[in-house]
Ligand binder design. Structure first.
Ligand SMILES: *[C@@H]1O[C@H](CO)[C@@H](O)[C@H](O)[C@H]1NC(C)=O
Ligand SMILES: *[C@@H]1O[C@H](CO)[C@@H](O)[C@H](O)[C@H]1NC(C)=O
Ligand SMILES: *[C@@H]1O[C@H](CO)[C@@H](O)[C@H](O)[C@H]1NC(C)=O
Ligand SMILES: *[C@@H]1O[C@H](CO)[C@@H](O)[C@H](O)[C@H]1NC(C)=O
Ligand SMILES: *[C@@H]1O[C@H](CO)[C@@H](O)[C@H](O)[C@H]1NC(C)=O
Ligand SMILES: *[C@@H]1O[C@H](CO)[C@@H](O)[C@H](O)[C@H]1NC(C)=O
Ligand SMILES: *[C@@H]1O[C@H](CO)[C@@H](O)[C@H](O)[C@H]1NC(C)=O
Ligand SMILES: *[C@@H]1O[C@H](CO)[C@@H](O)[C@H](O)[C@H]1NC(C)=O
Ligand SMILES: *[C@@H]1O[C@H](CO)[C@@H](O)[C@H](O)[C@H]1NC(C)=O
Ligand SMILES: *[C@@H]1O[C@H](CO)[C@@H](O)[C@H](O)[C@H]1NC(C)=O
Ligand SMILES: *[C@@H]1O[C@H](CO)[C@@H](O)[C@H](O)[C@H]1NC(C)=O
Ligand SMILES: *[C@@H]1O[C@H](CO)[C@@H](O)[C@H](O)[C@H]1NC(C)=O
Length: 437
């Protein structure tokens, strides 16, 4: 009896100390690959309320709506800031927590702005010091003239920009960090201060600063069957070039860090590893550092580490032989300014071993007991039992958030999976037990 009372008091104190940071959020995101101006969030929020009821400000579990694909690399700061302000206002007016997700690598919306005022100050895809190559330059005065497009397959082929950013190049990192700070992190920090004053800090569910962050390669492409872009609509007449098939990107990132082919070979010999192993290792460090830079921009604005999330694919936790620059090692997602996050779908392509994944996180950061499901899907989890198990697996093992993509709107054209919805309703209505560290 006394024990129970004591535990209750301790839990109560912990709840007060942690404030809102112990809320678990289930995030619903709408939209497809080429979201354009975005889904109608008013309708999305209305369907969330209809399905799950109003948000209880004292609850320990909440749903949130996701503002996706914030295009800070392909739009002006003013444009992005204005989209963000709209999202803040909607969250406050509807009392619905907001989750933010950025596009840090793909370049969705490149060259699709409606006016020059909406364009970024620098278009990285046109800047010779900020875009990727598939080879080193022959010499300093002759940079490569073959610039690979951004290509990836999300069920359909996507090619949103005419170049992939050199995420290890100092000029690009500097541009990206300043652009991200001015358009998103700074206004977000101001909003969080406002929410705190209003006792509504629960309305900020978090920010994902990655998006399966990786350095692309086109190794699997058969040069006799070159893909043609399906998304975005403006790229639909574009087919991959013969010379892009089989290519590895990353050379510009390495070059602008001071690497050449000769230096790579000498350093590889020095480390007693192959040149290709060293190349990949340097790319993994670049992926890690780019995630860290964007997380730190948020952290330096006093945004809590528990609300900043990274995002890579998780397959390295299942099969180390699959690791390459598109399937980076788990440690690339771990840094001191954020919670490591992953796409997680054991019934799809993003397969993971949670035990191994958590183990690999703690090798890098022994104090890190949390992780995030930065991307998942309703698809394949439509029945009640599947969704219940899926939610319990994440949230009973240190998961802070779980984002579900393509989940909204719950419209008549896109019927709700009734079993999954029931499991989510039950999850929302159950208070989670605080786990003592
Ligand atoms: C979203 O839908 C609501 C309700 O139908 C409508 O009033 C509103 O104008 C729409 N918003 C946008 C941005 O299309
Ligand atoms: C640009 O203009 C088109 C056509 O007028 C409109 O449909 C689209 O929403 C606009 N895009 C942005 C980003 O404002
Ligand atoms: C590319 O970006 C760098 C760094 O911001 C800048 O110094 C340079 O002038 C840019 N090049 C072009 C062609 O705009
Ligand atoms: C750089 O390489 C190009 C192409 O091979 C050649 O034409 C040029 O003379 C070289 N420049 C220098 C400074 O070596
Ligand atoms: C970063 O970019 C800004 C704006 O383009 C520029 O003023 C500054 O010198 C750059 N800093 C570095 C370290 O490149
Ligand atoms: C972001 O803005 C904050 C606040 O103005 C500033 O302290 C910080 O240096 C900026 N960071 C970058 C990377 O520009
Ligand atoms: C916020 O909560 C504190 C402490 O419970 C209370 O004193 C204050 O009046 C509240 N502020 C607002 C704006 O509700
Ligand atoms: C695709 O079409 C647009 C305009 O319709 C044109 O500007 C562009 O050059 C075309 N691209 C290719 C690769 O043919
Ligand atoms: C270099 O690595 C190989 C195996 O990868 C090993 O057999 C060899 O002993 C290593 N050489 C040195 C000097 O460490
Ligand atoms: C963050 O908080 C610290 C300590 O309260 C303060 O000194 C600093 O100015 C804040 N930074 C920003 C960018 O708000
Ligand atoms: C998952 O990883 C753990 C730890 O590495 C291992 O013991 C276990 O066998 C793995 N599970 C499966 C299903 O492979
Ligand atoms: C969960 O706990 C909070 C207080 O921490 C309380 O306000 C809320 O009603 C509880 N919810 C349920 C479903 O028990």
């Amino acid at each position: 009896m006394l024990n129970t009372l004591f535990i209750a008091i301790v839990l109560c104190i912990i709840h007060i100390i942690l404030g809102q940071s112990d809320i678990q959020y289930l995030i619903f995101e709408g939209g497809g690959p080429d979201e354009g101006p975005g889904p109608n969030q008013t309708l999305n929020i209305a369907s969330l309320k209809r399905t799950f009821g109003e948000i209880n400000p004292t609850a320990q579990r909440m749903y949130a709506y996701g503002k996706q694909q914030m295009r800070f690399l392909t739009r002006s700061n003013a444009f992005v800031r204005s989209e963000l302000e709209t999202a803040f206002t909607l969250a406050e007016n509807t009392n619905t927590p907001l989750f933010i997700h950025i596009d840090p690598i793909y370049g969705w919306g490149a060259d699709e702005e409606n006016s020059t005022a909406d364009a970024p100050t620098i278009k990285y895809w046109n800047n010779e010091t900020m875009r990727e190559w598939i080879e080193f330059p022959l010499n300093k005065s002759q940079l490569p003239n073959r610039i690979p497009r951004t290509w990836f397959n999300w069920g359909s082929w996507c090619s949103p920009s005419s170049a992939f950013p050199a995420i290890g190049a100092p000029n690009f990192i500097n541009f990206s960090a300043i652009q991200f700070n001015e358009s998103i992190a700074k206004p977000l920090a101001q909003w969080i201060i406002k929410l705190n004053k209003e006792n509504k800090s629960y309305l900020f569910a978090g920010i994902n600063i990655g998006w399966e962050t990786n350095i692309l390669n086109y190794r699997q492409i058969d040069p006799t069957h070159l893909p043609t872009a399906v998304w975005p609509v403006n790229s639909r007449n574009i087919t991959m070039q013969q010379w892009e098939a089989g290519a590895q990107l990353g050379y510009a990132s390495l070059y602008w860090q001071g690497w050449t082919e000769e230096k790579l070979i000498i350093e590889a010999q020095h480390r007693n590893i192959t040149r290709d192993v060293l190349f990949n290792l340097l790319c993994y460090e670049i992926i890690h550092n780019y995630l860290e830079v964007l997380a730190k921009v948020c952290y330096d604005n006093n945004i809590s580490r528990e609300r900043i999330f990274t995002h890579i694919v998780p397959m390295a936790s299942v099969d180390a032989s699959r690791i390459d620059t598109t399937v980076p090692p788990i440690w690339t997602a771990v840094n001191s300014y954020s919670i490591p996050g992953f796409t997680m779908d054991n019934r799809g392509a993003a397969i993971y071993n949670l035990t191994e994944l958590k183990y690999q996180i703690t090798i890098v950061d022994p104090s890190q007991s949390h992780f995030a499901v930065s991307e998942s899907y309703l698809f394949n989890y439509g029945d009640e039992e599947s969704m219940r198990d899926n939610l319990n697996e994440a949230f009973n093992n240190g998961g802070l958030i779980k984002a579900i993509y393509g989940a909204l709107p719950f419209s008549s054209e896109d019927p709700q999976p009734a079993g999954a919805i029931k499991a989510i309703q039950q999850w929302l209505n159950t208070n989670h037990t605080l786990i003592l560290k």
